[in-house]
Design a protein around this ligand. Structure first.
Ligand code: SF4
Length: 319
């Protein structure tokens, strides 16, 4: 079982992504607080710490926390937008203190779209440089991507682009857009995806990843929009494997233990007729945001259901 611990080390960023799910409140944690949190996770037997949200490389204590995590045999990684890692010297410093894995967030292979979504001109070029620097230093890179209206129809091309330019990258994390705390602007609202278009494209990019022998996870998509790839649903994996994660938020929520149903998921009438009902997380934030989505009950043979469970149990990759 892979239980993962996320620490928000700061709540400020050098990008301004329209759909940011934890917008800036200017806060950050002290070195001492971070160290106490690492000790706490260690006691709870968690597998990984992820330093994140929003931009851990802006924390002056990041290197010290990485060093400390390694000294107590706690694996750690960071999620980053790549701005700071566009400096080779900076990535070298992270490597020196023992960082071995970075998730970078790439939204599209099209420069104009990535820069539009981050609202930061030049962020795409810096990110590609960061990926090059990191791979050059033999640090593992994994890619995160938020599925949204502006990239939903060409994620297969993004996968091809990564395959061609960074074949060393083996694992991808796809997150359907989390609208709960995003900015209240009309541009932010315009990023909500069309599930049907995303689904039509998803079949192509997940098939491509299978063909390339890569691993992947998809979060916040109901299983009727992930047919034949159910084993990759983050929530379904949590239901089947009883995984959970703890997130330390830098706001009044503080420490939150999340199983798949922590956030608002809505079961619709159609779900009661569906053979995937007991391993599906239904629709996330249906009433406030995703009420335009139409789900469709699925019919499966027993053998097909058994195969989904088997694949989930066999596949142990983290996040
Ligand atoms: S119909 Fe409901 S239970 Fe079935 S896959 Fe879709 S969201 Fe899940």
């Amino acid at each position: 079982m892979a239980n993962i611990w996320y620490i928000q080390v700061n709540r400020f960023c050098n990008n301004k992504c329209h759909f940011c799910s934890n917008p800036s409140n200017g806060d950050n944690i002290s070195y001492k607080r971070g160290k106490l949190l690492i000790d706490d996770f260690k006691k709870r037997n968690y597998s990984w710490i992820i330093f994140t949200w929003w931009e851990p490389t802006l924390s002056s204590d990041l290197k010290n926390w990485i060093k400390y995590s390694n000294s107590v045999w706690m694996d750690c990684r960071i999620i980053s937008n790549g701005m700071a890692c566009s400096s080779f010297e900076y990535v070298k410093e992270l490597k020196k203190v023992g960082l071995s894995l970075i998730h970078f967030s790439l939204y599209s292979y099209i420069e104009k779209i990535h820069d539009f979504l981050t609202a930061t001109p030049g962020s795409y070029k810096k990110l590609l440089k960061a990926i090059q620097n990191t791979l050059k230093l033999w640090i593992t890179v994994q890619l995160n991507c938020v599925i949204n209206k502006y990239n939903q129809n060409h994620l297969d091309k993004t996968v091809k682009f990564v395959w061609k330019n960074f074949p060393q990258i083996k694992h991808f994390v796809w997150n359907n857009l989390d609208p709960l705390m995003m900015r209240k602007t009309s541009i932010a609202k315009s990023t909500l995806p069309d599930f049907k278009i995303a689904w039509e494209n998803l079949i192509k990019w997940l098939s491509l990843l299978d063909f390339q022998n890569k691993t992947y996870r998809v979060e916040r998509l109901p299983l009727c929009f992930m047919r034949w790839f159910e084993h990759a649903s983050t929530e379904t994996r949590k239901i089947v494997k009883e995984e959970e994660r703890i997130v330390y938020f830098l706001d009044n929520r503080e420490m939150v233990q999340q199983s798949w149903n922590y956030w608002e998921h809505t079961k619709l009438d159609e779900c009661n007729k569906c053979d995937l009902n007991n391993i599906c997380s239904w629709i996330y934030e249906y009433y406030k945001f995703y009420n335009y989505v139409k789900v469709k009950a699925q019919k499966l043979q027993n053998k097909e259901k058994e195969d989904i469970l088997r694949k989930i149990k066999l596949n142990n990759f983290n996040n």
